[in-house]
Structures are given as C-alpha cells and as structure tokens.
Design a protein around this ligand. Structure first.
Ligand SMILES: Nc1ncnc2c1ncn2[C@@H]1O[C@H](COP(=O)(O)OP(=O)(O)OP(=O)(O)O)[C@@H](O)[C@H]1O
Ligand SMILES: [Mg+2]
Length: 154
C-alpha cells in the first residue's frame, strides 16, 4: 500500500522517485500533488507512451476540483478543465516543434488562475519557462510506474 498518510513528505518522496502499483495510485499521486503545487507552477510530464502521464493529470484535475473527465485527446492538443483553478492539459505529442504553439497564445496561460500541465514537454521545451517542474515517468513493469520530480529538465 502506498503511503498516503504523510502528505507533507510528498515532494521529498517525488524527488527521490515514487513507485505506483496501479493506475489508481498514479491518479492519487497527482491528486495529492495539487495541494503542494505553487500557484505559478507549470508541470511538465515526460516519459514514454503509456507511462501514466495522463492518469497523473487526471488525478491532478481531481485535486484541483475539476469535474470534467481528463482524457488522452486524439485530436485536441489542449483541453481546458475548470475547477478551483483552470487546468490546461496540453499534449504536445503530435507537435513538430514549439513554433506550432504560437497560435495557442500559451504564454498568457502560464500564470494563475491557470495551471498548465504538459505531456511530451520535450517537444515544446523552448516555449516553456525554465522554472517549470519536470516529472519523469517510467514503466519498469507492466503495472508499475516510477514517477520522479527532477531538479532540472535534463
Ligand atoms: N501504475 C500505473 N500507473 C498508471 N498507469 C498504469 C499503471 N499500471 C498500468 N497502467 C496502465 O498504463 C496506461 C497509462 O496510460 P496513460 O494514458 O496515463 O499514459 P501516458 O503516459 O499519458 O501515455 P501517452 O504518452 O500515450 O499520452 C493505462 O493503460 C493504465 O491502465
Ligand atoms: Mg497521455
């Protein structure tokens, strides 16, 4: 069972890397992080296909009071979810480069009350501030995910 009794340790645990045994645990981690995410923080979620990035954002949305479903969009680059804050879920997988972001006017959305969460952030890294938080997702086993909060985006 994942240790959810000590939320104050969450950031420290994420910095050293947390293992999740199932999609619900990954969602719970995202939900828990919502309480610790500074208002101005931008969240970058890097990692291979199926490593749990969308599941984590779904939980984050829950933590931000979002009622609409956070999904993995086939055609939508950007999904907007209103909760206690406005969650902007950007999936940059299909973007060739950051230039394709210009039309979105993303910069205006990189501040409160918006909370920007980006999947495949390396695709658009130059458009993201270097203050962004980078989470790395790995899938060491079929039902296990490792999630780590990185010091830098390298
Ligand atoms: N511990 C786990 N945490 C999260 N997802 C898990 C876990 N174990 C298995 N899974 C499965 O892995 C998949 C994760 O899907 P998800 O859409 O969250 O990945 P993703 O990183 O967003 O992928 P993509 O790059 O395609 O957007 C789901 O099918 C989920 O059921
Ligand atoms: Mg996804």
């Amino acid at each position: 069972m994942m240790d959810t009794d000590m939320p104050g340790d969450l950031l420290a645990r994420l910095r050293s890397g947390v293992l999740s045994d199932g999609v619900e645990q990954t969602e719970m981690l995202g939900e828990a992080l919502a309480a610790f995410l500074p208002e101005e923080a931008i969240l970058c979620l890097g990692g291979e296909l199926g490593s749990g990035k969308t599941a984590f954002v779904r939980g984050l949305g829950r933590g931000l009071g979002v009622t609409g479903l956070v999904t993995s969009p086939t055609f939508n680059l950007l999904q907007i979810h209103r909760g206690t804050r406005v969650l902007l879920h950007l999936d940059a997988y299909r973007l060739e480069d950051a230039g394709a972001l210009d039309d979105l006017g993303l910069e205006a959305w990189m501040r409160p009350p918006y909370c920007l969460a980006v999947e495949w952030p390396e695709r658009v890294a130059v458009a993201l501030p270097d203050t962004a938080w980078w989470l790395r997702f790995e899938a060491p086993e079929e039902a296990t995910r490792r999630i780590q909060l990185m010091d830098t985006n390298s």
